[in-house]
Unconditional design. Structure first.
Length: 187
């Protein structure tokens, strides 16, 4: 649903009978978190190739040197699947096709009021398109199942969410994307 407001188009999203205001079209490059201040909407992606899984090594100060799946915040006007593909490209230089949903995490922030909704996906590698990685990524590397378990054991993962996703990935957990309706258009 869109409503005119001061020359801008306001985006309202219907959520079980109530409306959640997420911003104006002029904010389309901002993340949901930047606009809401309390909801962090994240897409995270597992990619398997020949028994190995693509992981990224973080360069951000607060998680420097820790491993994670390619992940990132969803921008206003972007679907979960589009955000997942964009994050993989930015963080690994790879183009992917999202194939399945692994799981959805919902958890509160430890330090202030707010929540994270994290959607974890499986993807198929389409092709490597660039060697250039985002500045906040040290490297993108393929890891074996044993190497992933070792990252957990040695506490070299970004978060408990990463640990949980590793276990789900190694167990082969997946569900059809048919269970997830996503659209960039209001309905």
């Amino acid at each position: 649903m869109a409503a005119a407001h001061g020359g801008h188009q306001k985006r309202l999203f219907k959520l079980r009978g109530s409306f959640l205001f997420l911003g104006y079209n002029s904010n389309m490059n901002k993340t949901i978190l930047e606009l809401s201040g309390a909801v962090n909407l994240v897409s995270s992606v597992a990619i398997e190739k020949n028994g190995k899984y693509l992981m990224i090594k973080e360069a951000k100060k607060h998680v420097l040197g820790l491993w994670n799946f390619p992940s990132g915040k969803v921008h206003l006007g972007e679907t979960l699947l589009d955000a997942a593909k964009r994050e993989v490209l930015e963080e690994t230089g790879c183009q992917v096709e999202i194939t399945d949903l692994i799981s959805i995490y919902h958890y509160p922030w430890p330090d202030k009021e707010g929540i994270t909704l994290r959607f974890n996906f499986w993807a198929k590698l389409v092709k490597k398109v660039t060697e250039k990685l985002e500045a906040d990524i040290l490297s993108a590397e393929w890891k074996t199942a044993n190497q992933l378990l070792r990252l957990i054991k040695d506490k070299n993962t970004r978060s408990l969410g990463t640990d949980r996703m590793i276990r789900e990935v190694l167990s082969g957990k997946r569900t059809s994307l048919d269970h997830l309706f996503t659209s960039s258009k209001p309905f």
